[in-house]
Design a protein. Sequence first.
Length: 381
Amino acid sequence: MKRWCVISLLLFLIFTGSALGEEATYKGLSNFTRVLDLVERNYVDDVDSEKLTVSAIEGMLKTLDPYSSYLTPERYKELEIGTSGEFGGVGIEVTLENDALTVITPIEGSPAAKAGIKPGDLLIAIDGKSTRDMSIDEAVKSLRGPKGSTVKVTVQSQSDKNPREVLLVRDIIYVKSVNSKLLDGKIGYIKLSQFQEKTSEELVKAIKGLESENRGELNGLILDLRNNPGGLLTQAVEVADEFIDEGLIVSVKGRGEDQSTEYYATKKNNTTDYPLMVIVNKGSASASEVVAEALQDRKRATIIGTKTFGKGSVQSIIKLEDGSGLKLTTAKFYAPSGRSINQVGVIPDVVVEDDDRKDLQLERAKELLKASGTGKIAPSG
């Protein structure tokens, strides 16, 4: 990377911020260029100026939050591949929590899920390299690769403090957004794995398909958002809009007016007013939390399961001139009640813990639907 590109990025970050600290920022920028020049000319060994400047940018962004990062041209391409719905890897969504690389969720059916990796597990090392000080993007790059290749991860679960090594064989990861089936008692079950470009459209098709299979209206719907790491906010809004007739769905608030938006329900009775249960867990994050919180606040659904992850922020992807990019947190989500989801999560109305042997959360959701003709269930104590 040329030095002018680094300076351009730093100036971009200055001018997208407040004018109040510009004098101090310009002074810092002057110091940065002076230090870089001194290192290049006087350090005992030859230095790679590109590595120095990239490291400086990465270090700056790392002080902000776990989700803001610099994307080299190679990483930017990786990001584009990852949002296509198909890529080679092990199927783990990760984040940084308390400076530790933490699993948000394994993708259903992926090598990671089959190996028993769970939400909240810590990734201590990847192929023997410690993940301490490793960025999310570096971790993702290390975990992805061609089908059939292997990667060894060192995992520490919450229930077992002894780390274990797991050898994963990479596969093609297909992220199917919507899966559905008809359960006993004429109950429709819909699993949303991620919010992609056509998720709301596929949701409507799934409901109609369940009605057709049932040869009539359903007795209720179960919307399963467990281990859903999020995705497109616009699709989360459209999914919530299928069940809410009016009012605010979510507020997105940034520093500037152009970064703040309120999303309201627009579709009137587009989806039959079925009693609705929503299942969540620690692996439910970001856009899936927006849906759960909106349906809970509007008293449209009963939320069942365990507290969600608590990622209520928006990352904007900005492509730079040389093919690199900037992933920057530019706003936060707020529920209709005004509550921030970030680092808090959604608290279920009915708390049911995960169980490896039996799906107690799904069983409870079915019980509540069968016991109620309205879907309005009193929260548990």
